[in-house]
Design a protein around this ligand. Structure first.
Ligand code: NAG
Ligand code: NAG
Ligand code: NAG
Ligand code: NAG
Ligand code: NAG
Ligand code: NAG
Ligand code: NAG
Ligand code: NAG
Ligand code: NAG
Ligand code: NAG
Length: 805
């Protein structure tokens, strides 16, 4: 049955990269007169701007668009043609001005470019290369602001490329000058509202090894690229892939000579906006602007997990989460030292004690002495000192208690003591058994020793509990009535109240899975329909737009697509309610060793079903939807193992946050079409590529194993290509399935998979064609060997796939 899809507000899941600059609306206001040159006689003030010759960059006064940055103005450079404020350089990063109208950017008599507020100079390019009364400043299309001699363009006095802020633009060098000892480096903003230098620096190793490093507080190295191998950095395999892939518009260069060492990259296609930034949270991110998503899309970041950033959560705070999302929380007995910066995305100030330690234990009654509580399964903080005295847990504890500056201890046979602020405490996911005991004032830990008080509490508590139960029962009955009366008619979306979802999911207690967007919980409707409730995290989208998108997704109905039943949009909370799939996701069936392998006919049925679902999204909806994240985890299996594609439409829904989806692909880079990295336009063929990679896995029943090394023979997709040529495909299949396999189907599936992963998207079939081939209605020719497969087979290091489960 053909269903219809109403037009979404704009069909923009087609993710074009910013391609045709000419199509973009020129900026408003004084820009019609805007020039790219600043002279002594024509200063810049108020909302005036310089615009680079081809319009790519603008320079002027700006205010950071984050809360808490009001009243502070800066002079900076940003991308002129995109709607998201993206500052690439700040002049007066430490010295904001209060009023742009009474300030100006001008060329001073000594030839420097300066910011004046009233009569005083707030900032100066401060070059000693003096050129009195003879310089101009020009904003170039590379984003570089150059102060040079009026009549001699190669006589450069100063340039912003030599004085980077947090952004490293294409064409610029990260460098270390061996003669002067000067480093051209990037330093993070303090927080999203304050461009003053933060805690994190990216620079060439000043010790002279061929690598660049990320530092905390200018002293602690927490990540490095590894020494340059001649073509790439060991800890940045992404770069080596981009380097070897034929169509990539990126070039990289590492130079080490007597004068300097530097590393630089460039984007050979001028239409692509690409940048490399050290974020306020200490991760570097490389991103490209994706025009249709109106968002910056991160294509790789280092280090991969936030929790690996030194001091990420600050003192007395604990980091939890994975590479995809992480969060900091104060330890019990501590609270945020600077709640404002926490809200602005900068937890590095950490936490402080609620109650000061009693400290001296001598002569104090035991009740008033400092106490310890235990945190289990953690990665221990830095800078422990081992103690000889602590030969038992008890001794270790007293060793800590007896020294005023001891803040925590850990005992595992050896006694470890911490004498300073606790940094880099992490929840471990891999089941580490380390425990740490945190010292806090007695009043921070409830005292259960005093019997009388305890009895009193029980009595009071009992009465209170009874009251609560009665009230809860009342609300429960009331709510049940309300939910029962909801319209559960198929096809019309239910708008849930948050409280109701809380109730239906038993307060989000039963987790079904965790994804890039947030977690999914099991819930049960009063009519016993089971549902899957997805809590979207960090979505900053307006309610109206959210409802519009959701209603679009809600009207998409196809047997191979997951049905959206309802949603919730309340305050900042955004949830989606889906039909529940009892058989879980495809990856569990394919890759879990403790399950019976799926039969060949089931696999073929799944492959065909997924192709049908995607065909519907790509071709049969009025406005096509690119899924962008096809992988076994997003294929759910219903009754009779009928496959249903999940999470479609979320890329659009997430808007700006879409970059998170792509970031999340870091662990599953094998499904990612080369154009994501090369920066070409993203079309439905990107889904076709991912589908092809997944089809290889459906055939083999194994992950396309990229980390078994450098041999192209063990990389299944390469093996398939070879066997197809040799006419020997039956050796490809799981041995358990050999008798069960329909050889014609197997050959067809292999052919399809190989065609899907062709380098050039125009060589890949459409989803509709794939369905026809799989159904045996159309014959296919032998596919050529895709170059990208070879790159994947040869160039991928284990570290990249480490977060595959
Ligand atoms: C552009 O410049 C001309 C002459 O310098 C001036 O008269 C006009 O007002 C300017 N227009 C804008 C929009 O600033
Ligand atoms: C310029 O540099 C000098 C010395 O290097 C310094 O004292 C002065 O504060 C700087 N001026 C500005 C405006 O940055
Ligand atoms: C630069 O010009 C100013 C006036 O515009 C003048 O006072 C000053 O002497 C000139 N400096 C030099 C070095 O020519
Ligand atoms: C222009 O400046 C460069 C660099 O300072 C210098 O080498 C060159 O001789 C100058 N050219 C002229 C014509 O003055
Ligand atoms: C550079 O050398 C110093 C002194 O030997 C050392 O403390 C520092 O960690 C080194 N830096 C790097 C990045 O290796
Ligand atoms: C990188 O090179 C330096 C010498 O330049 C050497 O000391 C260091 O061990 C090398 N690092 C690695 C990981 O090989
Ligand atoms: C950073 O380093 C400086 C000196 O190297 C030190 O005074 C300061 O306390 C350090 N900051 C933190 C948060 O540790
Ligand atoms: C970078 O590439 C652009 C083309 O997009 C080219 O014009 C420019 O010269 C290159 N820059 C460097 C430093 O190679
Ligand atoms: C506490 O321990 C620190 C670090 O080991 C040491 O420097 C200090 O002297 C100790 N204080 C007392 C009172 O023992
Ligand atoms: C105990 O902890 C110390 C310090 O973290 C570590 O070096 C040691 O290997 C651990 N010992 C055991 C038996 O786990």
């Amino acid at each position: 049955m053909a269903s219809w899809c109403p037009p979404p507000p704009s069909c923009s899941l087609l993710l074009h990269l910013l391609v045709v600059a000419a199509l973009l609306v020129p900026s408003h206001g004084s820009s019609s007169n805007a020039t790219d040159t600043l002279t002594a006689s024509r200063p810049l003030s108020g909302d005036q701007k310089l615009i680079s010759q081809r319009g790519k960059f603008a320079l002027g006064f700006f205010q950071p668009q984050a809360e808490g940055s009001g009243g502070r103005w800066y002079v900076g450079i940003w991308y002129n043609k995109i709607p998201v404020q993206t500052i690439v350089w700040v002049a007066n990063r430490e010295k904001p001005i209060s009023d742009p109208a009474s300030s100006s950017l001008t060329i001073s008599d000594d030839g420097n470019i300066v910011i004046r507020q009233s009569k005083s100079i707030v900032w100066s390019s401060n070059s000693t290369n003096e050129a009195f009364n003879s310089t101009i400043a020009v904003l170039l299309d590379t984003g570089n602001l150059v102060v040079r001699h009026k009549s001699n363009s190669s006589h450069v006095v100063w340039q912003s490329f030599d004085d980077m802020t947090d952004t490293w633009l294409p064409g610029n060098k990260l460098s270390f000058n061996k003669v002067t000892g000067v480093s051209n480096r990037i330093i993070s903003w303090k927080n999203n509202g304050d461009p003053a230098p933060g805690m994190f620096t990216v620079e060439m190793d000043p010790n002279g090894s061929k690598q660049y490093i990320i530092l905390w507080n200018s002293s602690m190295v927490y990540w490095d690229t590894g020494n340059w191998t001649g073509s790439s950095f060991p800890n940045m395999p992404e770069l080596s892939r981009a380097n070897t892939y034929p169509n990539t518009p990126y070039t990289y260069q590492f130079v080490d000579n007597d004068q300097e060492t530097y590393f630089t990259y460039n984007v050979t296609d001028d239409r692509i906006l690409s940048r490399h930034v050290i974020g306020v949270s200490g991760q570097t991110q490389s991103s490209v602007w994706v025009e249709a998503a109106q968002a910056w899309v991160v294509y790789f970041s280092q280090p991969k997990a936030n929790c690996d950033v030194y001091g990420f959560c600050g003192a007395y705070s604990k980091c939890s989460g994975s590479a995809l999302s992480s969060s900091c929380s104060c330890l019990k007995g501590f609270s945020e030292r600077d709640p404002n910066s926490w809200n602005l995305g900068d937890p590095t100030a950490g936490c402080r004690r609620n109650v000061q330690l009693q400290c001296s234990s001598k002569g104090l009654e035991k009740e008033k002495q400092d106490r310890f509580y235990t945190i289990n399964s953690v990665k221990l903080p830095d800078k422990a000192q081992t103690s000889i005295e602590g030969t038992s847990n008890q001794n270790c504890q007293s060793a800590c208690l007896n020294n005023c500056s001891c803040t925590a201890y850990s005992y595992n046979g050896t006694c470890s003591l911490w004498y300073a602020e606790l940094l880099n405490l992490q929840d471990t996911i891999d089941g580490s058994l380390d425990n740490i005991h945190i010292r806090v004032a007695a009043s921070e830990l409830p005292d259960s020793r005093t019997k009388k008080r305890w009895i009193a509490r029980v009595a009071v508590g009992g009465v209170a509990a009874l009251g609560c139960a009665v009230i809860a029962l009342y609300f429960l009955l009331r709510r049940r009535r309300r939910i029962n009366s909801m319209n559960l008619a198929k096809g019309s979306l239910i708008s849930f109240k948050y409280n109701d979802l809380q109730f239906l999911t038993k307060n989000f207690s039963e987790i079904l899975g965790v994804g890039a967007f947030g977690s999914v919980f099991k819930g049960v409707l009063p009519d016993t329909t089971i549902m899957a409730v997805k809590k979207l995290e960090g979505l900053r989208q307006g309610e109206k737009q959210f409802r519009a998108e959701v209603s679009t997704i809600g009207t998409i109905q196809h047997v191979n697509l997951i049905q959206l039943l309802g949603f919730c949009s309340e305050g900042t909370k955004r949830l989606l309610v889906y039909e529940y799939m009892p058989n879980g996701s495809l990856d569990h069936h394919l890759f879990r060793s403790n399950r019976a392998p799926l039969s060949w006919s089931t696999r073929y049925q799944i492959a065909t079903g997924v192709a049908r679902g995607l065909t519907y999204l790509h071709e049969e909806c009025r406005d096509c939807i690119i899924h962008c994240d096809i992988k076994p985890e997003n294929i759910l299996l219903g009754e009779y193992l009928i496959p249903k594609v999940a999470d479609f439409g979320l890329a659009k829904l997430l808007g700006r946050d879409f970059s998170r989806v792509l970031t999340s692909m870091r662990g599953t880079i094998g499904y990612l079409a080369p154009e994501w990295i090369s920066g070409e336009a993203i079309t439905t063929k990107a889904d076709v590529f991912s589908y092809g990679m997944m089809l290889f896995e459906i055939i083999s029943g194994k992950r396309n194993n990229m980390h078994t090394g450098t041999s192209a023979n063990t990389f299944f997709p390469m093996l398939v290509v070879r066997k197809l040529v040799e006419g020997d495909v039956q050796t490809l299949i799981d041995s358990e399935l050999v008798n069960d396999v329909d050889l014609r189907e197997l050959e067809r599936a292999c052919m399809v998979a190989c065609w899907c992963v062709q380098d050039s998207e125009s060589s890949r079939p459409t989803m509709g064609e794939i369905v026809q081939i799989l159904e045996g209605l159309v014959n296919v020719e032998m596919p050529p060997v895709p170059r990208y497969l070879q790159v994947l087979a040869e160039g991928v290091k284990p570290s990249e796939v480490s977060n595959l489960s």
